[in-house]
Design a protein around this ligand. Structure first.
Ligand code: NAI
Ligand code: MG
Length: 347
């Protein structure tokens, strides 16, 4: 039986273009012969906005919907007012395709620098809720700009939305060797949403007797990310806490050049989107200095999501091996790192 992979590619801005080219190179090298790969490139991001004023036209959104998955580089440039592309493109995609799982694996690979003393073992996954919390645009301001200004930004939490992300996190924990799931919230202060999260977490947990559970307030979690990161296996948390925690996780595991992520709709109703955590890095764009590893690891997440587990593992092993042999003294170009990884996954 011949298989196919129909991929939408959004290179985006700055180094997005450079790193996505390497991600596709590695993808081509790792896919078995019988898999037909089709890609369609979409011109979205800062350049498009400057040219046409468009962020994500409906026709493009409909077209993106036809793909199995989306690979995205990075979107954004200092020349675009803050919020235009975040809300008009990135968040729009996340909501339109109901990407309720934001998946961020954090692993300290061999030979990578961590700011933490003693090189602790770090290998955990953050499952961040992607469609609710304070990110729904539920708020407003009155008397704006006066000294009597009032602004609200309401955190939206539904039992349906919480249950589906919690259930996904239990599934992921159950499938990992350590089978441990930690809920992170702030239910001592945010009592309404916090208790709903905790109650649903406890109830769904009864269906996963093999999974060990834990609860941490988000402030305590930031301490343990630094002092005891080895205590974590899978973490489930709300949209805002997850946003902050995952940046900290990237910082303690060797930095932004390695951090991969997936915006996932596990039901398959819409394509899921995979992207490096970093942005368009205008300071190094066009110079061949960007590390494409985060994008290559995002390709591994994409493949795993679509059922290509063996290929995902091959990419992760190639990255591990490549990092282990990196020598701090010599720097390779974006292209050279991509070539090295492509050779490893093909071999
Ligand atoms: P950034 O992640 O682009 O860059 C932060 C620092 O990390 C820079 O010094 C950059 O050179 C370095 N860096 C990032 N990726 C790297 C890589 N692969 N290899 C080597 N070094 C790397 O974040 P910044 O500067 O805050 O944002 C730049 C633009 O990117 C902004 O317009 C921002 O809105 C956008 N952005 C987009 C994201 C997305 O598309 N999901 C995520 C974060 C920022
Ligand atoms: Mg962030």
């Amino acid at each position: 039986m011949s298989r196919s992979l129909n991929l939408a590619v959004v290179p985006g801005d700055g180094i997005g273009q450079e790193v996505v080219a390497q991600g596709l190179k590695v993808l081509n090298a790792v896919l078995p012969q019988d898999v037909k790969l089709q890609t369609k490139e979409y011109d979205l991001g800062a350049q498009r906005w400057h040219r046409t004023g468009e962020t994500l036209p409906d026709a493009e959104l409909d077209s993106l919907k036809q793909h199995d998955a989306i690979l995205l580089g990075a979107i954004g440039d200092p020349s675009v007012p803050s919020g235009v592309l975040e809300r008009g493109l990135l968040l729009k995609l996340r909501f339109a395709f109901d990407h309720f799982i934001n998946l961020r694996p954090s692993k300290l690979f061999p030979n990578t620098a961590t700011p933490l003393a003693g090189r602790p073992e770090i290998d955990f996954v953050v499952v961040r809720e992607g469609t609710e919390g304070p990110y729904t645009g539920n708020g407003g301001s009155i008397r704006t700009g006066t000294e009597h200004e009032v602004a609200t930004e309401v955190s939206l939490n539904t039992a349906y939305g919480v249950e589906r992300v919690v259930r996904d996190a239990y599934e992921r924990a159950d499938a990992r060797p350590r089978k441990k799931l930690t809920l992170v919230h702030k239910n001592n202060v945010l009592v309404y949403a916090g208790h709903m999260w905790k109650n649903i977490f406890d109830r769904v947990g009864q269906e996963y007797p093999e999974v060990t559970t834990d609860y941490l307030h988000v402030d305590a979690a930031t301490i343990f990310f630094v002092t005891q990161p080895e205590r974590f296996d899978v973490i489930v948390t709300d949209n805002l806490f997850g946003d902050i925690l995952t940046d900290l996780a990237a910082a303690v595991t060797g930095g932004i050049g390695l951090a991969a992520s997936g915006n996932i709709n596990p039901t398959g109703a819409f394509p899921s989107m995979f992207e490096p955590v970093h942005g368009s890095a205008p300071d190094i764009a066009g110079q061949g200095k960007a590390d494409p590893t985060a994008t290559v690891l995002s390709v591994a997440l994409l493949l795993r999501h679509l059922g290509f587990e063996a290929e995902a593992v091959r990419i992760e092993e190639a990255v591990s091996a490549d990092l282990a042999e990196r020598d701090g003294g010599t720097t390779r170009t974006t292209d050279e790192i991509g070539d090295a990884l492509a050779v490893r996954v093909a071999g």
